[in-house]
Design a protein around this ligand. Structure first.
Ligand code: DGL
Length: 274
């Protein structure tokens, strides 16, 4: 059998650390590597072709580092690159390796959560334009009406450590109002971007109390746990030493400083070139 390797978590930048944290809470026994393409972030404003090219480079790198299973924590990469990678690239690279995204697990829960069957999605411009959420939700639940709002200022607010400050209120309210004005019956909103949990307090402040928020970290953690249970052959290929190592395409010092917003504890970080 092939040598077991760490579970890899990929994001365009720092936001995926929110997902990694939650995955580790659900599955603490595994080894993890995290790759942030911080030198080329954000992906949310980039074209389909570029997001696909960057994401594929990252996936290949993570396979080279020994991972058999890669989680695309980035919604934009999940929306724009995952399908191609799964269908076109994996059979050529190694059909025994797996790449999973965050969109599918997030939408599987909405039918149960929503009474009105009117669901909202907040995401980057790229995720919203890809229409991945409405398409995937309606494949499973054709009766659900989906409205989407792109929030281009939210990622920069978080990346610049402005998410807790007063200036953030304006942009949070603007997009919450924008989404709710599209459909007054929305009772469930998916936070379809790695960074948005960091704005949670402010988002809740501007939301009517009856609206539920779907935060991805826990859902992805649960879903991965279930996946590994259903796929013992993959579970055997995931090493279990409870370690976590970080890789960035940016400078190590810069990564360490900003990653502190998302992740508690000392980080072991290395620079990589994709
Ligand atoms: N990680 C991206 C996502 O979840 C947000 C940051 C970016 O635009 O690169 O969509």
């Amino acid at each position: 059998m092939e040598q077991p390797g760490p579970i890899a978590v990929f994001d365009s930048g720092y936001g995926g650390l929110t997902v990694l944290n939650k995955i580790r809470q659900h599955l603490p026994q595994y080894d993890y590597i995290y790759l942030g393409d911080n030198a080329r972030t954000p992906y949310g404003t980039r074209s389909f072709e570029v997001v696909y090219e960057y994401t594929l480079e990252a996936v290949k790198k993570l396979f080279d580092m020994g991972a058999h299973l890669v989680i695309l924590a980035c919604n934009t990469a999940s929306a724009k690159a995952l399908r191609n990678i799964q269908q076109k690239d994996l059979p050529l690279i190694d059909s025994n390796r797996r790449v999973l995204g965050v969109i599918r697990p997030s939408i599987e829960v909405v039918d149960e959560l929503s009474d009105s069957k009117h669901v909202g999605v907040l995401g980057t411009v790229g995720t919203v334009q890809s229409e991945s959420y409405p398409i995937e939700i309606n494949k499973l639940f054709p009766n659900i009406k989906v409205s989407q709002e792109a929030c281009p200022m939210w990622v920069p607010l978080v990346e610049n450590n402005e998410s807790f400050k007063d200036g953030a209120d304006y942009f949070v309210k603007q997009h919450i109002d924008g989404l709710l004005s599209m459909d007054k019956a929305i009772d469930t909103i998916i936070l379809g971007c790695t960074h948005y949990p960091l704005l949670m307090d402010k988002i809740r402040q501007y939301l009517p109390g009856h609206i539920q928020l779907v935060e991805q970290g826990d859902i992805v953690g649960e879903s991965l746990k279930d996946y590994l249970k259903r796929h013992p052959e993959m579970d055997d290929k995931c090493s279990k030493g409870s370690s976590v190592h970080f890789y960035t395409t940016e400078q190590v010092m810069k990564f360490k400083q900003t990653a502190g917003i998302f992740f508690e504890g000392e980080l072991t970080v290395e620079h990589v070139v994709l």
